[in-house]
Design a protein around this ligand. Structure first.
Ligand code: SF4
Length: 415
């Protein structure tokens, strides 16, 4: 069976492509060409198709999942459902505690969004880093692929890049969990990266199930004082080469990069430099432009993600208020998602021009039409709880600027 990339390379427009072209209001032929070139991918699950990449709206991913210290499957299912109902584009299950296949199956059964997995999480949690081997990793990937996941994140850091990292003067070292698990495995087993060692077989598996490969960002900075160093540049070069290889084999691919913590003025610069060197869709975690917003990292992340999206990032991984502090609860998942939906929306207004929705909301606001405003708001339900049913709100009360200015012509006429 042909993969989506192979269909596109032959100029064939398939149903997922038609759906994405319609949702995104993009010429179907342009979409086919961009999939063929690798600058757009479509993440699919069942009837749902989510396009990510050049010329498309910025997408938002929500991470959920248990940890070894907090296992509440129903809460994870609730988080997944909240993510879906508040407009997440994709979900990633990062569970490492409890019965992992059962958690994944419950998430799959209760949502329709494309689901991403990081296979080393399950393998390390079930087998243990010391006893697991490459065969265990491949077994996990086959199991997850058969169950219908849409994408895998693989951290492919080579031993060469690890040597480069040793010379780096970072405060935070490596802060990617998937990346640190891969590195720990390599060091414990005196081995090369297991995903690199088995890359051909992995591509065959991804090709067979037409699963998107997301190349992980192990080397991202963990604080704004950690600069983009040689290790980051080496990882990015390597991921771009791996992406080319995957795409040649008919596998859709995303590159994760420019995420983590980056000082604000450098975010657009870094994103633009990536976009000049590679056209594969860019997936960005955060980035956080400050380290001091603990407890409010979803707000700091929203600022960084808006800058990143506006400069060309295609896909954002959200951050919740619990970032750096604990596993988020369902309410915090919602807060983080809304913050990143705002970032994506602002980014799109920078990339593609002012959105119609903002104009429609402004018109309703100018008429003090509260219900009308809620229709176009990202979270109308929350806004409704704070607003009056009609007339001015309690902010200015009798001195409502909007009402005064509306009445002004009458006042002038009477005067
Ligand atoms: S009272 Fe003030 S804040 Fe409220 S709608 Fe009027 S101008 Fe806006």
């Amino acid at each position: 069976m042909k993969t989506l990339v192979e269909h596109a390379k032959e100029g064939e427009l398939t149903r997922p492509m038609e759906e994405v072209a319609q949702t995104e209001q993009i010429d179907p032929q342009v979409l086919v060409e961009r999939i063929a070139l690798g600058s757009i991918i479509i993440m699919r699950r069942g009837q749902r198709s989510v396009g990510i990449g050049r010329g498309l709206s910025t997408k938002v991913n929500v991470n959920i999942g248990t940890s070894s210290q907090k296992i509440d499957v129903e809460e994870e299912v609730k988080k997944a459902q909240i993510a879906e109902s508040y407009g997440a584009d994709t979900i990633t299950d990062l569970s490492m505690g409890g019965n992992l296949p059962e958690i994944r199956r419950k998430i799959l059964a209760n949502t329709t969004l494309p689901l991403t997995m990081v296979p080393i999480y399950q393998t390390a949690a079930e087998i243990g880093l010391e006893t697991m081997d490459e065969a265990h990793l491949l077994h996990t990937m086959r199991e997850q692929a058969r169950e219908g996941v849409s994408s895998f994140v693989l951290h492919c850091t080579s031993r060469d890049t690890l040597h480069t990292l040793k010379r780096s003067r970072r405060i935070m070292g490596v802060v990617s969990k998937g990346g640190s698990l891969s590195i720990a495995y390599m060091l414990l087993h005196h081995a090369e990266n297991p995903f690199l060692e088995n890359f051909s077989d992995i591509l065959k598996l991804l090709r067979r199930y037409d699963i998107v490969l997301s190349l992980g960002n192990t080397m991202r900075s963990g604080c704004i004082h950690d600069p983009r160093d040689r290790a980051q540049r080496a990882e990015m070069r390597q991921n771009t080469e791996l992406a080319k290889r995957a795409h040649e084999e008919g596998v859709q691919v995303i590159i994760e990069g420019m995420g983590g913590h980056i000082r604000a003025d450098r975010i657009p610069k870094y994103i633009k430099s990536y976009k000049r060197s590679s056209d594969f869709p860019l997936f960005v975690a955060g980035p956080l432009p400050t380290d001091i917003a603990v407890g409010y990292d979803h707000i700091a992340g929203c600022v960084g993600a808006a800058l990143a999206s506006g400069a060309g990032a295609d896909y954002l991984c959200y951050i919740t208020p619990a970032e750096h502090l604990g596993l988020p609860d369902a309410g915090q998942v919602k807060e983080g998602l809304i913050a990143f939906k705002i970032a994506a929306h602002i980014g799109d207004s920078m990339k593609y021009g002012l959105p119609e929705g903002d104009k429609k909301l402004a018109r309703k606001r100018a008429n003090l039409d509260w219900e009308g405003q809620f229709r176009y708001a990202l979270d109308g339900e929350k806004a409704r709880k704070m607003a009056p049913r009609e007339g001015p709100c309690t902010m200015c009360g009798d001195y409502c600027a909007i009402r005064m200015m509306k009445n002004l012509p009458d006042i002038l006429e009477k005067g």
